[in-house]
Write a protein that binds this ligand. Structure first.
Ligand SMILES: Nc1ncnc2c1ncn2[C@@H]1O[C@H](COP(=O)(O)OP(=O)(O)O)[C@@H](O)[C@H]1O
Ligand SMILES: [Mg+2]
Length: 451
């Protein structure tokens, strides 16, 4: 077969569609984390997919550096199978052709099935995994509140359809559990989940947790911690492209990414391999431009299309909330829910720090009476927490400060109302539930047992 004819055959590769192939070069250098191709530099742009054939399969990588000496390609596959002298081809932008039948499936970052199911049906329209967000001027406004069924969120940080919220916490404080509880929320047509850098066991736990109730409308994109940084960096982008497909069908989509920090770690590894300098705590500058680009893609769509409500978990390394990645993400999102290790240590789950969490669109979710009630309760919680040490030491005498006396009666009841475990049913009306808890006599044993 002539080499031109052979190239014609490179149009599709296992569920992943690429643009028509035109130009090839030769692999000249192979290292444990990338290979270099000569002869392509004038034709390639950063981010293009490059492929070569090994053992009858096309091995795909991404051009992460282009200079006059050649192109640095980082393969998606962890194992570098490139050989010096092999021809490598430009495959263009990485594109997916999502289809409604992908609901209920578990796939990898390159949209290859990971479950036992049949090959994925390919849709008619290709979606770039690196799409631009819709322009700000054509986007619909976020205005419709949604009940998540989680009392701590519906009361203190109500969210809206099309909002982007971060869940910030150290490891083991309950981010993933909270996300699975949120995935039970009934108001969405399609749920797309990106699990990035999780352990295999955690992926199973996630799949078998509360999300199993909604699994029929859920597409799971999984890249475990042992996969290459390229796959881990790709998983949320693939999930986002799938969410964009369903949004364009008019669906109200819930996109969950757990965790964006692991995505940032993977992006850092790729950037460093490409020779970028490390600026903030080892992160290369491109990480901080890629993050907002990815997060901006969630949100409302054009006026007549659907929307993507984004929930992103952010791991706070060593519980340091000033981590540059956390800072960058916090600035991009429309709200953040902070989980606190001290609260988890008291056994109060979800361990949401209601004073440290904000939803920038909360006003749309509250009536003015509810807003006033929440403001007053927050004031009481602040008094209660500020006086914790004093009260513990027995330094406070009841009757000295009427506001603190009121906080001591009310706040434990509020905390009790906020407890929810994944096995508990979702709350239909959080304010009614709260009122019920507040009416219980103080110290009552009638309160539901702690989870
Ligand atoms: N709502 C909850 N109710 C009861 N236990 C919880 C809850 N959320 C978290 N936990 C406990 O915390 C542990 C760690 O939660 P996980 O969601 O895996 O944390 P992270 O994703 O932040 O590392 C869980 O195994 C569970 O024991
Ligand atoms: Mg987790």
């Amino acid at each position: 077969m002539s080499s031109l004819k052979a190239l014609e055959h490179f149009v599709r590769s296992e569920g992943t569609a690429f643009q028509r192939v035109r130009v090839s070069g030769v692999i000249r250098e192979v290292t444990p984390s990338f290979y270099r191709v000569k002869g392509l530099a004038n034709f390639v742009k950063l981010g293009d997919s490059i492929g070569f054939k090994a053992n009858g399969r096309t091995r795909v990588g991404e051009a992460v550096r282009v200079d006059d000496g050649g192109v640095t390609v980082k393969p998606y596959d962890g194992a570098i199978e490139a050989k010096v002298g092999t021809r490598a081809y430009i495959l263009g932008d990485l594109k997916l052709c999502p289809d409604p039948s992908w609901r209920g499936r578990v796939i990898n970052a390159l949209a290859e099935p990971l479950d036992e199911g049949p090959a994925l049906i390919q849709g008619a329209k290709p979606y770039s995994t690196d799409a631009q967000p819709p322009s700000a001027m054509t986007r619909a406004r976020v205005s419709e509140p949604i009940k998540t069924g989680i009392r701590a969120i519906d009361l203190f940080t109500p969210i809206c359809i099309g909002q982007r919220i971060g869940i910030f916490a150290g490891s083991g404080v309950g981010k993933s559990t909270l996300l699975t509880m949120l995935a039970k929320c009934e108001g969405f047509d399609t749920i797309v989940v990106a699990l990035v850098g999780e352990r295999g066991r955690e992926v199973r736990e996630f799949l078998e947790g509360p999300i199993s109730e909604t699994i029929g409308k859920c597409v799971m994109v999984v890249s475990t911690g042992d996969e290459s940084p390229m796959m881990r960096r790709q998983a949320p982008k693939t999930a986002m492209a799938i969410a964009e497909f369903f949004r364009d069908q008019g669906d109200s989509v819930l996109l969950i990414a757990d965790s964006v920090t692991r995505y940032a770690h993977a992006a850092r590894d790729v950037a460093l391999a490409a020779g970028e300098p490390a600026v903030a705590r080892g992160y290369a500058p491109s990480v901080f431009s890629e993050l907002p680009r990815l997060l901006e893609r969630a949100g409302p769509g054009r006026v007549s299309s659907g929307s993507i409500t984004g929930l992103f978990s952010v791991l706070i390394d060593g519980d340091d909330h000033n981590d540059p990645v956390a800072d960058n993400i916090r600035g991009t999102l429309d709200g953040h829910i902070v989980l606190d290790r001290a609260i988890a240590d008291q056994g109060r789950f979800p361990a949401i720090n209601v004073l440290g969490s904000i939803s920038r669109l909360a006003d749309l979710g509250w009536t003015s009476k509810q807003k006033d009630l929440i403001r007053r309760i927050k004031g009481l919680i602040a008094r209660y927490e500020d006086s914790r040490d004093l009260r513990m030491m027995g330094g406070y005498q009841a009757g000295t400060d009427p506001e603190l006396d009121q906080a001591i009666v009310i706040v434990p009841k509020v905390y009790e109302a906020l407890r929810q475990s994944p096995s508990m049913p979702s709350s239909r009306d959080s304010f009614a539930d709260l009122a019920e808890f507040l009416q219980q006599p103080s110290g009552s044993n009638a309160l539901p047992a702690s989870p």
